[in-house]
Design a protein around this ligand. Structure first.
Ligand SMILES: *Cc1c(COP(=O)(O)O)cnc(C)c1O
Length: 370
């Protein structure tokens, strides 16, 4: 189809998912698919499952599972399905998404210990090591890679090394970084990595996915604390049915995701996308700094995905007015989520480019004070 005929979106979503997608991704949704036909299962679902593995690692030890729902459903499916009944989870948290990991485990009545390093500090690696040394009941360690609350990038390599030294199963919520930051989950020794369709791969919302080390996954049969979020059963059905999901799959979203993966490949892969995101981020931060608006986090902790800015300390600043003015100019931003500081956030992932950020900075200059 001629995508030029599709309407323009009234604004960019500078939010960390859903985010702005290309017209060709949206156009891929304009047909209906049969969930049990090979055209859908082998050509679309199996191609996506294979493609995800090759994006994630060079290792042959991994498989992929797609799961209906938003990203949180895939996190809950993983935590609820991979810990044995007597398992114990250590959660490293420094933001709302880390807290959500703990909340999921606690709701599922999983024995859980939480190390909360506050919102603007990385996890305490010495405490992690001491805890794994002394608490022999811990079986699994989980952490968020890019904590979207602040934009902090957590040291998943160090955490993995320490967790593996004590033979723990290692789970990473890489929801807002996978596809946008180069990583090899085999080299990082991650057993389960979770992400979703509407983040750096630049698809639309509707499902999440899990990359799992196969030999660890196959030992989790029967552990699930939920029927619809049973990761092992979902995998088994996908494997045996050649891409058939248990229960109805979000066919249009899945088809759009395949298109998004093709576009990631056409862009030059994750490395190139990372460069674009970094450039977007640099233009954003430099421009904001020139306007006197500073980042919440020190540069060494900051991801090139989403950035928290300290709100201007001025009586003529009001987030709601700033937001509304900026939206009218074509940019939707995000309120802050840090409890200890007055901030707002701007995401720079999605189908958005350096020139869009140059325009954004001009619009911020015209909108931030009233
Ligand atoms: C987006 C995101 C999630 C999932 O959020 P949903 O609203 O359920 O899609 C989980 N963890 C992180 C770090 C995220 O950025």
């Amino acid at each position: 189809m001629n995508t030029a005929e599709l309407p323009e979106n009234p604004y960019f979503l500078l939010t960390p998912g859903p985010l702005s997608t290309s017209k060709s991704v949206k156009a891929a949704m304009l047909r209906d698919w049969c969930t049990w036909d090979d055209d859908y299962n082998i050509d679309v679902v199996q191609e996506i499952r294979k493609g995800l593995i090759s994006l994630a690692t060079k290792s042959q030890e991994y498989t992929s599972i797609l799961m209906q729902g938003s990203g949180t459903f895939s996190v809950e499916a993983t935590i609820g399905s991979v810990l044995p009944p007597d398992g114990k989870l250590l959660v490293l948290s420094n933001g709302a998404y880390g807290q959500r990991l703990a909340q999921i485990a606690q709701r599922l009545k999983i024995d859980t210990v939480v190390h909360d390093s506050g919102e603007i500090e990385p996890p305490d690696l010495e405490l992690l090591e001491r805890t794994l040394q002394s608490d022999k009941k811990i079986t699994h360690v989980v952490v968020v890679h890019c904590e979207t609350t602040t934009g902090m990038l957590n040291p998943i390599e160090d955490i993995g090394r320490i967790s593996k030294k004590y033979n723990k199963i290692y789970i990473v919520d890489a929801m807002s970084s996978f596809g946008g930051i180069p990583m090899d989950i085999g080299e990082l020794d991650i057993d389960f990595m979770i992400s979703s369709a509407n983040k750096c791969i630049q698809g639309v919302p509707g499902f999440g996915f899990i990359l799992a080390r196969k030999e660890v996954l196959v030992k989790t049969s029967g552990f699930a604390r939920s029927l619809s979020l049973d990761l092992y059963d979902q995998w088994k059905t996908l494997e045996e049915g050649n891409g058939k999901w248990r229960y109805t799959s979000p066919t249009h979203t899945v088809r759009a995701f395949l298109q998004a993966m093709k576009e990631l490949h056409e862009e030059g892969g994750v490395g190139k996308r990372y460069e674009r995101y970094r450039e977007n981020h640099q233009i954003l931060v430099d421009g904001m700094n020139e306007l006197g608006i500073n980042c919440l986090l020190p540069k060494s902790y900051q991801s090139p995905i989403i950035t928290s800015f300290n709100s201007p300390n001025s009586p003529s600043y009001d987030f709601k007015k700033f937001y509304t003015k900026l939206k009218a100019k074509g940019f939707v931003i995000y309120p802050g989520k840090v409890s200890t500081a007055d901030t707002f956030r701007i995401g720079n992932i999605g189908h958005v480019f350096p020139d869009d950020f140059r325009s954004l900075i001009k619009c911020v200059a015209d909108s931030i004070f009233w």
